[in-house]
Design a binder for this molecule. Structure first.
Ligand code: IMP
Length: 197
């Protein structure tokens, strides 16, 4: 695949994961930063799919290159699916990743269920207006305490029963094989290959 794609995210954790996964499928990517693009897209959608499309459209327009966006988040059963699309802003602007997952652990104290899943929606927009989309999910539970050093965001508290580890205790390769983003990008890569052929 000779065409280059811009990844419509400024989140370094996501950028690395998406670039690693897409490189396995022969998809070459650049970051908005490498192109000098600083567009900050307001995530006003109510679903992951809507927000992914908003980001991909804005970055495609700014770069005049095909753009790939991920919108993702953690959906916790005991919080009625929250923080969901608000995962990056859970607890307000003042918190960092650790502040957010510690708040989550506090808010889950005494809850009868700790079931949760990560969800990822991928949107790709081409300068000719063509769009491609894909979704992925990974089921797990919220751990009782943070474990592991890898990954980003809520990884230290997202426990995957079949691995008996949190996302933060898996290697990058192990996480990408089973993660919401890994699954969504694999489906996307198949659709992309079909479209480009
Ligand atoms: P957004 O898609 O930019 O709105 O941000 C999604 C937010 O969800 C991230 O900032 C993380 O807090 C969280 N998130 C999404 N995917 C992952 C993941 O793979 N591991 C940990 N946290 C994630």
């Amino acid at each position: 695949m000779a065409e280059k794609f811009v990844l419509a995210t400024h989140n370094p954790g996501k950028l690395k994961e998406m670039a690693d996964i897409l490189s396995q499928f022969g998809v070459e990517v650049v970051s908005p930063k490498e192109l000098g693009i600083t567009v900050d897209v307001e995530e006003t959608g109510t679903t992951f799919a809507e927000n992914a499309m908003l980001k991909a459209k804005a970055i495609c327009k700014a770069a005049n290159l095909p753009a790939i966006a991920d919108d993702s988040g953690l959906c916790v059963d005991a919080l009625n699916g929250g923080p969901g699309v608000y995962s990056a802003r859970y607890g307000g602007e003042g918190l960092d990743d650790k502040g957010r997952y510690m708040l989550l652990l506090n808010n889950l104290r005494g809850q009868p269920t700790r079931a949760a899943h990560f969800a990822s929606a991928i949107a790709c927009v081409f300068p000719n207006g063509k769009t491609l989309t894909a979704e992925g999910r990974c089921d797990g539970t919220i751990a009782f305490a943070p474990m592991g050093e890898g990954g980003f965001g809520y990884d230290p508290v997202f426990f995957v029963p079949e691995k008996a580890k949190t996302f933060a205790q898996l290697t990058d390769e192990e996480k990408n094989e089973i993660s919401h983003r890994g699954k969504a990008l694999a489906i996307f890569a198949e659709k992309l290959a079909t479209y480009l052929n």
